[in-house]
Ligand binder design. Sequence first.
Ligand SMILES: *Cc1c(COP(=O)(O)O)cnc(C)c1O
Length: 481
Amino acid sequence: MQQNSHTPHPSGAQRQHLLRSIPKVDECLQSLQGIKETAAVPPSVVKAAVREVLAEVRQAILEGNETAAGSLHLDTLIPRFMARISQKQRPRFRRIINATGVIIHTNLGRSILPRSAMEALFEAGSRYSNLEFDLETGRRGSRYSLVEELLCELTGAESALVVNNNAAAVLIVLETLAKGREVIVSRGQLVEIGGSFRIPDVMARSGARLVEVGATNRTHLRDYEGAIGEETGLLLKVHCSNYRIIGFTSEVANEDLVALGRQHDLPVMEDLGSGCFIDLSRFGLMKEPTVQEVVASGVDVVTFSGDKLLGGPQAGIILGSRELVGRIKKNPLNRALRIDKFTLSGLESILRLYRDPERATETIPTLAMIATPVAVVSRRAARLQRRLRRSVGDGCDVALADTMARVGGGAMPEQNLASRAVALTPTVVSVNRLEELLRRQEVPVIGRIEENRLLLDMRTVADDEVGLLADILARVLRERP
Ligand SMILES: *Cc1c(COP(=O)(O)O)cnc(C)c1O
């Protein structure tokens, strides 16, 4: 049993007395009725808040942590009820400020959408739409056809289909093309992404059988060739999204794999993971093949996420030949994995921006955050520092630090972007406590602790968030002496 070290352990009788002193629920509700802030709160919420707080008080008494009868008075309890009510009234799913420096952060919502896409989403949600209605013929249409043309125009693919996410895309492609058959994959590409997506597991679910070839670091064309047999249904390449095998390595080029597939009449698929339409090497990142380049290499089916480097909503995009994508479209799983109208409208808006790559880079937040020169990030950090120096006084040391931001999201392994952070060393609380307090704010702020400082990486903080961030920090550091 836990015990507060500053208070004597209450005797059984004292404890009983304390338990009996806990006010009744009805009594508490009556007092709360007189408070105008609770007038608009649904009674069920008020009641639940009261019950929860009283249960905590009871527990604290039983554990010997609550020994003062004074803290059982309604005057003391009412602020606790009010705090609980306001916590319950707040949406559980809400915005945060991402000061981690990880641009595509899966836990923090991956990509954020530009205003134009949000406006399209707003309209899609608040009005009827032609989601599955062909305005030319006046008959039933397909939801995919609305973005298929754009996807083909932008990538050079013959046909396209969009499903719930890239995991779903991989699943439905394998299920359609290789169920009950063998899929040949290089041993170096059997990736796990975020613990929940593993190629071997998805493969098992699809009913396809995995045939691993090559060694972890090297796979040759002859390894694939040697594994092809009667049962082979597909040759699969998986992009090494979140790790890289370095040193003595070798993977087979798409063109060679495609030639081998043609020779044996086998389709070749590439799971690109984080597909990108723009060559990001000019922003100091490593050259990765663009989606257009992968399509041009002759691969029969390509899959990638909508919310990684593409910078759109969660989706799984499948590109490929008319024949193969046609078969995938007819798979009944397609119905279970389909996208909703919000995804569709957000995705179409994003894709339209890619018609002008320059504009796409400036307006799609995921790309803009990658493209922002470090000098601009530095100025943003300096702006926050100036504001904090004025407002937090000696509650915190506020310095600037060079950092490395990351593309993240299983995209572009080991690829860092020079960045700048505001480094906080609080004097009034521990750095861990500051991290926790910021996480618990109405607009939570998520940074990272390094060498006993809290770093707020400014690459992922928008210009128009600096003021809010400064206000939150000032409040937290002033309120907690
Ligand atoms: C991210 C990723 C996936 C999963 O994509 P989701 O859109 O998160 O479902 C699958 N394969 C690769 C190679 C990835 O990088």
